[in-house]
Design a protein around this ligand. Structure first.
Ligand code: ATP
Ligand code: MG
Length: 226
C-alpha cells in the first residue's frame, strides 16, 4: 500500500459505545504492523484506548513494537499538540470522547481523515446527524477537510443490512463505507485481554481482523481519492 504520510485520523461520534476506542486501537496496531510510525492520542477523559495500548505495549517483547500514546482532553492543548505529533509520526490516531463539545470540534479541525463508527440501529444512525453537522462545518472552514466516512460497527447478522442503513442516511454528506464490522465476542473481549484481533487466535478474530483490514483500506482509498 503506497500512502502519502503523515495522516491524522480521528475517530469521532458523540454517541457513547459506537466503537471509537475499538476502531482507534485497532487502527493504531494495524498501521504499526505495516511498519508506519504511529502515535495514539487519547482525547477521551475515560482513557480507555490509552489503557488498552499501554497493556498491549507491555506484552511486547521489543520496545520497537511499542505504540506511544498521549493522553490529553484539553481542546486548546490538543489543537497545538496534534500538528506537533504529525511532524514526528507517520500516523496520528485520535480517539474522541462521547460528546459533541470542543474536543470533538478540535479533532475535526486537526484530522485529515475522520472516521465515524455507528451502531446499526436507526436511533444510532439518526443520532449521527449532530456529528455530521460538525463535520460539515469543519469541511467548510478547511476547504474540504477532513475527508470523512462513516462505518457500521457491531452489526448483528440478519438485522439491518447496508441498504437500509444507506436509506436511513439519505442526504448525508459523508459516504458510508461498504465494509462493516460485525458484532463479535472477540471484539468485546479484546480490550480485557489486552490485545487486538490481529494477534488473537481463532476463526472469529481472524474474520474480524480481515474486516478491519478491508475497512482501513477502503477508508484510505477514499482518503487518497480526496
Ligand atoms: N464490533 C464489535 N463487536 C462486539 N463488541 C464491540 C464491537 N465494537 C465495540 N464493542 C464493544 O462495545 C463497547 C463500546 O465500544 P467502544 O468502547 O469501542 O466504543 P466508544 O465509542 O469508544 O465508546 P465511548 O463513547 O464510551 O468511548 C465496548 O465494550 C466494546 O468492547
Ligand atoms: Mg471510547
Amino acid at each position: 500500500m503506497s500512502l502519502s504520510v503523515p495522516i491524522v485520523i480521528g475517530f469521532v461520534n458523540q454517541k457513547g459505545g459506537a466503537g471509537k476506542t475499538t476502531g482507534a486501537t485497532h487502527a493504531s496496531v494495524w498501521f504499526k504492523r505495516l511498519s508506519y510510525s504511529v502515535v495514539l492520542v487519547d482525547a477521551d477523559g475515560q482513557q480507555s484506548s490509552s489503557d488498552w495500548i499501554k497493556q498491549i505495549n507491555s506484552s511486547m517483547e521489543s520496545e520497537d513494537s511499542w505504540i506511544p500514546c498521549v493522553i490529553n482532553s484539553d481542546p486548546e492543548e490538543l489543537f497545538k499538540l496534534i500538528p506537533e505529533l504529525k511532524q514526528k509520526y507517520d500516523i496520528v490516531i485520535v480517539d474522541g470522547p462521547a460528546n459533541i463539545g470542543e474536543v470533538t470540534k478540535t479533532i475535526l479541525f486537526r484530522s485529515d481523515l475522520a472516521l465515524i463508527p455507528s451502531r446499526e440501529s436507526f436511533i444510532d444512525l439518526r443520532s449521527t446527524g449532530k456529528i455530521l453537522e460538525y463535520v460539515a462545518q469543519a469541511k467548510e472552514l478547511r476547504g474540504g477537510l477532513p475527508i470523512a466516512a462513516m462505518y457500521l460497527n457491531a452489526v448483528k447478522a440478519n438485522t439491518l443490512v447496508l441498504k437500509d442503513a444507506e436509506g436511513a442516511l439519505k442526504n448525508v454528506i459523508v459516504p458510508l463505507l461498504k465494509t462493516m464490522i460485525h458484532d463479535r465476542t472477540c471484539l468485546r473481549d479484546a480490550s480485557g485481554q489486552a490485545n487486538t484481533v490481529f494477534e488473537m487466535r481463532g476463526t472469529g478474530p481472524k474474520a474480524a481482523a480481515k474486516s478491519f483490514d478491508s475497512l482501513f483500506k477502503e477508508a484510505l482509498r477514499i482518503f487518497s481519492n480526496g
